[in-house]
Every structure is written in structure tokens, then in C-alpha cells.
Design a protein around this ligand. Structure first.
Ligand code: XMP
Length: 516
């Protein structure tokens, strides 16, 4: 196995823990998030270059609050405590932590920074940061040097003089802390001595080796959805095990216009990875007939997918297929880990659960250590075309969540045409890549209009386009009026059965991105 440097992040429950991990990866340092109950010997076994202690909602003195792993500080590994992490270190080493009766509220704070520290090298004497105004270190432990205070005097940064341990009260990982990345870089490169050589290329080398070790001469089944994740997973697997990989693309009749052909074309001609394509649209639409309730649609689609996938995979290979590839990403892994407690919401609706158990297969998850932007970089490195890498996400249940009401072929076709006009106009205007996700939704509503001399009574399309980094929150895209006008008029003129177009100006929250 190729060795790469690793930084471990102990998650004390902060809403920002994942962001710390993303920032560390941005510094090209591989990192993993672990629960605070991990033992020091397990930590040591991973040979970390550094350990970062996240923030968290608790108070260090509360009975039952998560603590430092026993013996952590004897490992002699550089440690950075952030907020709750700092408070744990301070209390452990003889300082005093004080609570704020108002609880933990975040806000801007101005720091006054002492000159000449390695942690704050390159920062100005004053910096604006994002800080919790709850518990704080009221008395620095013996043997420490205070490196920064907030303007109200609260200790914001400390260094232990005789160990490689630092703590900060503010959050360097959030964008509101203007120079936060610099602080993390200082810690990783200057204090912990990281090289920062975690690149897509190195990931691919290591992962190819890992896949080979896991599957040996076994055969792997990989479902292709048309999205980036499954494509990157398939390319990685193909690079690792060649024709031990068997890819299956199920057309459920709920894809965008020309999507099926486009995906098959990309795999066959461009990536040279063989894929078996199955047109199951009739089965899906027959099973969905008469269903209008969103949750029922999702359930039916999940069930039929499993049935089709299972029966079709039997014809793929003479060899037994012992492994099932899945494009699980790191955020799903972190979100499903029990240490996050109630703050972790598992997006179970995003996955077709139950497949590996039902088919009695072992999972191969080549992307389980990557964030979405890293998947894109790995994809680009593996030769995925720009066009494919930069695609907007498309939900597993496809147009079922965008065709409200009955899923009949005529309505799905209408939606496909309208969506295609919207997306191709976005591309033509150079706007496609500047928005995070865009699509058309067909509403189960008719309204009156006039076309020439005739009164019309037809269906309504709503256009949805959002800007978002992580799809957890999103704001509606401020697309130019002239652009929206052109799209609306093309849709009404070119798509029979649609006589009205609206633009969705709801942000998430309170709206969701999809309408369902
Ligand atoms: P919402 O609608 O929850 O969507 O704001 C957030 C992101 O998730 C996608 N999404 C799904 N993806 N299966 C998927 O694979 C689903 O059932 C599903 N529902 C929503 C959505 O397109 C957006 O990117």
C-alpha cells in the first residue's frame, strides 16, 4: 500500500467538522474524521502527522461531555484544538474554562495577534474571525504563551511551549474567517511538517492497489447512473481490474432527453469501458402508472430498480459476481457515523439501500474517502471529459421527482423537451457552469392562455436554477431577465402542451432544490 501522510480530525460534534476536513484536503493533505471515543493506540496506529480536535456543542465540564482520548498528549504528535478542542486541552493541562450563560453563539470577532508566532505567520496584527461566544479559556494553562486575544480580551490562540500543541478559540475552517486557510496551512506545513502532496494522481495509484487487494481475482458489478460518481467509480475499477468489471446501465424511462445514448456513447467510445444497457422504461412506467404521491413514486422506483438490476446482472458474466461497486462519498460516510449524534442527518433517500444484502455481495466503494470536488478532480485525471465532470447532479429517481402528478410518457416527453431547451440555452449563454443545478419541473396544473386566435388550456413548467456549494443550502440563481424571457418563449412556442412558464425564486431552506 502506498503510504501517504494523514491528519486525523476528532469530531466533537461541531457543525463545521466536515468543513475542517475539506479545508485540510484543500491543503493537499489527506485526512480522516474519527469519533472522540477512539483510543490513543488506534490513533497512533494510523501514524498521523497531526491531530485536529474539532469544536462541539458541549461544555467540557459537563458530566458525560466527550473528552480527550487517554494518552493523546503522550503521542507526541502535533495537535490543534479548535474551540471545544482548545478548551479540552486547556482544562487537561491545568487551565480554567469558563462558561457563558448565554450559550454558544457564533459571530464575528476582531483579534489582536502577537507577532512572530508560527501559527499566525503571515497574518496582520488585527484579523477578523468567526468565533463562538460561549465557553472560553479564562485562564491559560501553565507553560503556555497566549498568541492572540479577541478585542474583549478573550483568549483566542495559545501555544504550549514544551509540546507541539496549539489551540484556537475561533474557526479557521469557515469562510467568515478571512485568513483561516492560512492558519491551517501554517499548522499543517510549518508546525506539523506536512508535505501537502495528496493529489488526484496519488489517490488513484493508492486506490487501484487497494481495489486489487480487496477483490483479488473476483468479479465486480457496477451500476452506471449517468452521473459523475458512478462514472468515476467505474473508471477507477476498470483501471484496477480491467475485464473483471461488469457495468450495467438501467434506463428507467425517467432520464433526460438523449441521456441514455449520451452515457452509452461516452463509455463505449470515449472511456472504452464496456457497459451493458437495459431498457426497462416500460416496466418502470407500468409499475408507476396511477402513482402521484412522491414517496410512493420513490419506493416503487427503488423496488423496481432492485428487481431489474438483480435479474439483469445474472446475464452479465459467466463468473460469479461477488462484489458490488457503489459510489458512496466521504460526506455520506461521515454523516452516517454514529459519533455525530442527532446533528447527523442520513440522506437515506439518496441511495438504493438493501441491494448488497439482498444480492449477497460485498461492497467496493472506491470513492468513500473523497469529497465531491475531489471526485471531479479524480475524474478529470482519469480522462473523463470536461463536459461529463462538470455535470449538474441528477437525482436517482430522475424525472419522477420533477414530473409532478402522473408519470405518463406524453408528460415525461413534454418535460424532457422543456428541460432540454433550458439546459441547452444555459450552455449556449455560458451560464451552465456558473449555476450549481438547473432543470425544468412539470406541474400538475393547467392554466388558460392564448396562442394566435385560440384560447389554450395547457400545463405549466417551472424553471429551477440554484447556486450552491454543498446542496445542503442553496439560493436561486439570479439569471438575466432577457435569458429567462428567451427560454420561456422558446418553451411555449416549441413544446406542445405547455402554455406557461414560471421561475422558482425559493431558496433552500425553506424550499428544497427538487420539487418532488
Ligand atoms: P433537495 O431536493 O433535498 O436536494 O434539496 C438536494 C440535492 O440532492 C439531490 N436529490 C437526490 N439525489 N436521489 C438522488 O440521487 C434522490 O432521491 C434525490 N433527491 C434529491 C438533488 O437533485 C439535489 O442535488
Amino acid at each position: 500500500m502506498i503510504e501517504h501522510e494523514v491528519v486525523l480530525i476528532l469530531d466533537y460534534g461541531s457543525q463545521y467538522t466536515q468543513l475542517i476536513a475539506r479545508r485540510v484536503r484543500e491543503c493537499r493533505v489527506y485526512c480522516e474524521v474519527l469519533g472522540p471515543e477512539v483510543s490513543s493506540s488506534d490513533l497512533a496506529a494510523k501514524k498521523p502527522r497531526a491531530i485536529i480536535l474539532s469544536g462541539g456543542p458541549d461544555s467540557v465540564d459537563r458530566e458525560g461531555a466527550p473528552q480527550l482520548p487517554d494518552g493523546l498528549l503522550d503521542l507526541d504528535v502535533p495537535v490543534l484544538g479548535i474551540c471545544y478542542g482548545l478548551q479540552l486541552l486547556a482544562r487537561e493541562l491545568g487551565g480554567r474554562v469558563e462558561g457563558e450563560p448565554t450559550g454558544r453563539e457564533y459571530g464575528h470577532a476582531d483579534l489582536v495577534i502577537e507577532p512572530d508566532s508560527r501559527l499566525f505567520a503571515g497574518l496582520s496584527e488585527r484579523e477578523s474571525v468567526w468565533m463562538s461566544h460561549g465557553d472560553h479559556v479564562a485562564e491559560a494553562p501553565p507553560g503556555t504563551e497566549v498568541l492572540a486575544r479577541a478585542t474583549d480580551g478573550v483568549i483566542a490562540g495559545v501555544r504550549w511551549k514544551d509540546r507541539p500543541v496549539h489551540g484556537i478559540q475561533f474557526h479557521p475552517e469557515v469562510s467568515h474567517t478571512a485568513r483561516g486557510l492560512q492558519v491551517l496551512e501554517n499548522f499543517l506545513y510549518e508546525i506539523a511538517g506536512c508535505r501537502g502532496d495528496w493529489t488526484a494522481g496519488r489517490f488513484i495509484e493508492g486506490e487501484i492497489e487497494r481495489i486489487r487487494q480487496q477483490v483479488g481475482d473476483g468479479h465486480v458489478l457496477c451500476g452506471i447512473s449517468g452521473g459523475v460518481d458512478s462514472a468515476v467509480a467505474a473508471l477507477l475499477l476498470h483501471a484496477a481490474i480491467g475485464d473483471q468489471l461488469h457495468c450495467l446501465f438501467v434506463d428507467n424511462g425517467l432520464l433526460r432527453k438523449n441521456e441514455g445514448q449520451r452515457v452509452m456513447e461516452a463509455f463505449r467510445s470515449h472511456f472504452k469501458v464496456p457497459v451493458t444497457s437495459v431498457d426497462a422504461s416500460e416496466v418502470f412506467l407500468k409499475e408507476l402508472a396511477g402513482t402521484t404521491e412522491p414517496e410512493a413514486k420513490r419506493k416503487t422506483i427503488g423496488r423496481v430498480f432492485i428487481e431489474v438490476f438483480e435479474s439483469e446482472s445474472k446475464n452479465l458474466s459467466d463468473e460469479p459476481l461477488r462484489y458490488l461497486a457503489q459510489g458512496t462519498l466521504y460526506p455520506d460516510v461521515i454523516e452516517s457515523s454514529p459519533v455525530r449524534g442527532p446533528s447527523a442527518v442520513i440522506k437515506s433517500h439518496h441511495n438504493v439501500g438493501g441491494l448488497p444484502e439482498r444480492m449477497n455481495m460485498e461492497l467496493v466503494e472506491p470513492l468513500r474517502w473523497l469529497f465531491k470536488d475531489e471526485v471531479r478532480r479524480v475524474g478529470a485525471e482519469l480522462g473523463l471529459m470536461e463536459d461529463f465532470v462538470q455535470r449538474h447532479p441528477f437525482p436517482g429517481p430522475g424525472l419522477a421527482v420533477r414530473c409532478l402528478g402522473e408519470l405518463v410518457p406524453e408528460r415525461l416527453d413534454k418535460l424532457r423537451e422543456a428541460d432540454d431547451i433550458f439546459i441547452s440555452e444555459l450552455r449556449k449563454e455560458g451560464l451552465y457552469r456558473s449555476v450549481a443545478q438547473a432543470f425544468a419541473v412539470l406541474l400538475p396544473v393547467r392554466s388558460v392562455g392564448v396562442m394566435g386566435d385560440y384560447r389554450t388550456y395547457e400545463e405549466v413548467v417551472s424553471l429551477r436554477s440554484v447556486d450552491s456549494d454543498d446542496f445542503m443550502t442553496a439560493s436561486w440563481s439570479r439569471l438575466p431577465h432577457s435569458f429567462l424571457a428567451r427560454v420561456a418563449s422558446r418553451i411555449v412556442n416549441e413544446v406542445p402542451g405547455i402554455n406557461r412558464v414560471t421561475y422558482d425564486i425559493t431558496s433552500k431552506p425553506p424550499g428544497t432544490i427538487e420539487w418532488e
